[in-house]
Design a protein around this ligand. Structure first.
Ligand code: MG
Length: 347
């Protein structure tokens, strides 16, 4: 078992290892005292893990309830969040009580925002059940729901008070969902850690899973610690993501986030190398790492199509755009360029 200590506007622990969900009861008592817990989860994860979580809470004599919503991105909506808030009110939850987000990114984002809104803020524990959520969305405090106009447009920064990553839960993940998380792991290797990158490129995943997750969380912790509110260094986490958002949009979200990040990382390393922005040619190694982890390396869209999608993206409001350039494996920098220049690069 590993613990990563996060020191953002809230201090909290991320505990990573086998069967860490068994710690939920004692940790809730230790951190929050005598409280009620509402577990928020989708109908898929409920079928896999909710019984166990409820029995951990019952054994600890902690009063609990569960709010279950339909799985999928479409539940990350104002409608579902207000249903959850009404549920909490009907069940007489107070601001000293606890929301537990049990699930992937959708659940974490939705629950994190609800915890900030209900009675102006209640306690929040993240229990990510996917690799992607463990290494990325459960740490760092970004929460949101989607609006009709776009993804993640209504949200707040709200750090959790505890994150429990139970690696046993990953064994029930379909392989393509696991691969999605590996795209983010490869991203961490490229932006910050050559050694991590090599482990992943060599496919030494299973035997190192706990250490891999711990390393990714620690990298994210360090970056978020310096730039919690995403005005500078935190953009490094967007390596491959500027184009990924356009790829996801172009595909009407048929292409998963991880697959789109994989394609985005390849394209941006190619253009960085071709334009003399990198010290090392990174794309070949990135391609090897992606292939080893069952991720796609080629994008079905032309660069010009991606450019127009990017131009409409919220991140390019000022006519400029930040792209994350790999200098070499293990080191990236943020480059702020004009959209016109970005269009040239994509040619
Ligand atoms: Mg991502």
């Amino acid at each position: 078992m590993h613990t990563v200590k996060v020191n953002a506007s809230k201090k909290y622990d991320v505990i990573i290892g086998k069967n860490t969900s068994a710690l939920l009861g004692e940790k809730v008592k230790e951190l929050f005292g005598n409280v009620k817990v509402c577990v928020v989860t989708d109908d898929t994860v409920a079928g896999l893990h909710l019984d166990k979580i409820k029995s951990v809470l019952n054994e600890g004599r902690i009063a609990n309830d569960a709010f279950i919503f339909p799985h999928g991105e479409s539940s990350k909506s104002p409608e579902v969040i207000f249903e959850l808030l009404e549920f909490l009110a009907k069940k007489h939850f107070s601001r000293k009580d606890v929301l537990v987000a049990l699930g992937g990114g959708v659940t974490g984002d939705l629950t994190g925002l609800a915890a900030a809104l209900y009675m102006r803020g209640m306690h929040l524990v993240q229990m990510p059940t996917t690799l992607l959520a463990m290494v990325d969305s459960s740490v760092g405090g970004k929460t949101a729901v989607n609006l009709k106009s776009g993804k993640n447009l209504a949200g707040v920064f709200n750090q959790p008070e505890l994150v429990l990553c139970d690696t046993d839960m990953l064994s029930t993940l379909p392989s393509e969902i696991f691969a999605d998380g590996m795209a983010e792991v490869i991203k961490y290797g490229v932006i910050a850690d050559r050694e991590l990158f090599d482990v992943v490129k060599n496919g030494e995943i299973e035997e190192n899973l706990e250490a891999i997750i711990t390393r990714c969380v620690a990298i994210k912790r360090d970056i978020v610690g310096e730039d919690e509110f995403d005005t500078g260094k935190r953009q490094l986490l967007n390596f491959g993501h500027t184009l990924a958002h356009s790829i996801e949009k172009e595909s009407n979200f048929e292409i998963s986030h991880g697959s789109a990040v994989a394609m985005g990382m390849v394209i941006v390393s190619e253009i960085a190398w071709a334009n003399g922005m990198s010290e090392e040619r990174c794309q070949d190694e990135i391609v090897d790492a992606l292939l080893e982890n069952n991720l796609p390396i080629t994008c079905p869209y032309k660069n010009s199509e991606l450019y127009y999608a990017t131009e409409n993206d919220k991140k390019s409001s000022s006519g400029r755009i930040s792209i994350i350039v790999p200098e070499k494996i293990g080191k990236c920098r943020i480059e702020d360029i004009a959209l016109a220049e970005f269009r040239e690069l994509l040619k």
